[in-house]
Design a protein around this ligand. Sequence first.
Ligand code: BDR
Ligand code: CA
Length: 323
Amino acid sequence: MTAQPVILDVDTGVDDALAILLAVRHPALDVRAITCTGGNAPLAQVVENTLRVLDAAGPGDIPVAAGAHRPLLEAPQHAVAIHGADGLADLNLPRSAQRPEQGHAVELLRRTLADSAEPVTIISLAPLTNIAMLLRLHPEVTDRIARVVMMGGAVGSGNATAAAEFNVWHDPEAAAIVLSEGLDVLMYGLEPFYRVSVTHDDARRLADADDPAPRLAGALLTHLIGIDATEDRVADDRVAIGDAGAVCAAIDPSPLVTRLAPVEVALTPGPTRGQTVVDLRTMVGADITTARAVPPATVVLDVDAEPYRRLFLDALLGATAPA
Ligand code: BDR
Ligand code: CA
């Protein structure tokens, strides 16, 4: 099996870290570059966190570049309550000896796409600022993008606001650009984001591993279990793997229930700003309203979560993964 070339765009971020560990360790993916944007934490911290996670993932020479430090229009806002003051669960990981590339993330995206013999999948796990800037600055590489697997948006309720999911809410204009370009987009929104999970036992097993990659994953999941407890969200013995689920979706879409549907981002100021309006109507009566001219995205409506639990644990624990 030849590995699928991918670029990760991240705002590391506890669950971005889980996603990076999975992507680097899974043989089905060939991670060609990681680009960073400010989001869960300020940009400089996101870059440092990403390098620290790569140190734990093991040897490799994946280039990392700093990109947008703020959204196109909005002021930057960070998610300290979930990700910790350092964006990485305040684990005090050792500072990385690696340094990011000199150039901007958009240049690393452009070069990686242009240099690849095959089209490359972009796995976007952050506000979409870097990807939107790439599309506007370098339209010549658009046809080198195989597809965009985007953790962002929601069919139903949001999390940053009642209507909007964090990554889209943080930079709604950027998300609107990416969704209106006619690219092959898989929208992995909040519905699968919260469903794909591991058990608390799985998290303990990861935390007890000798290998630094599963050990870091276990420590990060333990932090998320603590957040679930303080927010009274522990319905069962499970903890969501968040952005890492979107990496699972890029590797194997078979557990997903999807619909091809137009997705429009609400840009008007007010309570719906950043909402992804997913048009799931099957019949549009001409007497009611006509469909709007929005290119469709493949929207994840539901997921069989267990195969993704297995995929995540197998990649990180190998032969020692539980049944
Ligand atoms: C998204 O926002 C961040 O908190 C997570 O890393 C994820 O990408 C979920 O809304
Ligand atoms: Ca993220």
